[in-house]
Design a protein around this ligand. Structure first.
Ligand code: RB5
Length: 164
């Protein structure tokens, strides 16, 4: 997942290859269908391979059924990162974060999209589809993809997340 390590003044950055040739999984419930299809197009234009683990129709479904599929794919390495969409984002985030190998972060603006990569090294980005515009959702995804994890004190903190 990590392509290389480079040094900025006093700051080693772990840099993810979050562009071409990477594989991202995406999942959604009925609230996220429209944004999912648009995001898939946007990601494919960036040369990213996208695997769809979500529902494709507006019929009511249960978000855990899709969140667990995406989480398992990230944990097994089938995909490197994931994006999840539901109405508020909370159902997806709660379910995804039950998985030991997942750090799912909910973001509703671009600053949080950047920080969830830089500080939390989120391997799944969760978006509240009913509360943000598609334009903002796409901007958050780009920010998350383009921001490297800072490591250092943040690595120490995320190492303490799993229950003992
Ligand atoms: C579906 O109506 C809604 O409950 C779901 O998308 C999500 O917001 C749950 O957290």
């Amino acid at each position: 997942m990590y392509a290389f390590i480079f040094e900025l003044p006093n700051k080693p950055y772990l840099c993810k290859t979050k562009t071409k040739n990477m594989k991202i999984g995406i999942c959604n419930d009925h609230a996220g269908v429209e944004y999912k299809f648009k995001l898939v197009k946007m990601l494919r234009r960036r040369g990213i391979e996208v695997v769809n683990f979500g529902t494709d129709t507006p019929d009511s479904v249960d978000y855990p059924d899709f969140a667990h599929r995406l989480a398992s794919a990230v944990e097994s390495g089938e995909v490197e990162l994931g994006i999840a969409l539901c109405g508020t984002g909370n159902g997806m985030a709660m379910t995804l974060n039950k998985h030991r190998g997942i750090r799912a972060g909910l973001a509703w603006n671009t600053a949080i999209g950047r920080l969830v990569a830089q500080h939390n090294n989120a391997n799944v980005l969760v978006l509240p589809a009913r509360f943000i515009s598609y334009r903002l959702a796409a901007a958050i995804v780009r920010e998350w993809l383009d921001t490297p994890f800072e490591g250092g004190r943040h690595q120490k903190r995320i190492d303490k997340i799993p229950c003992r």
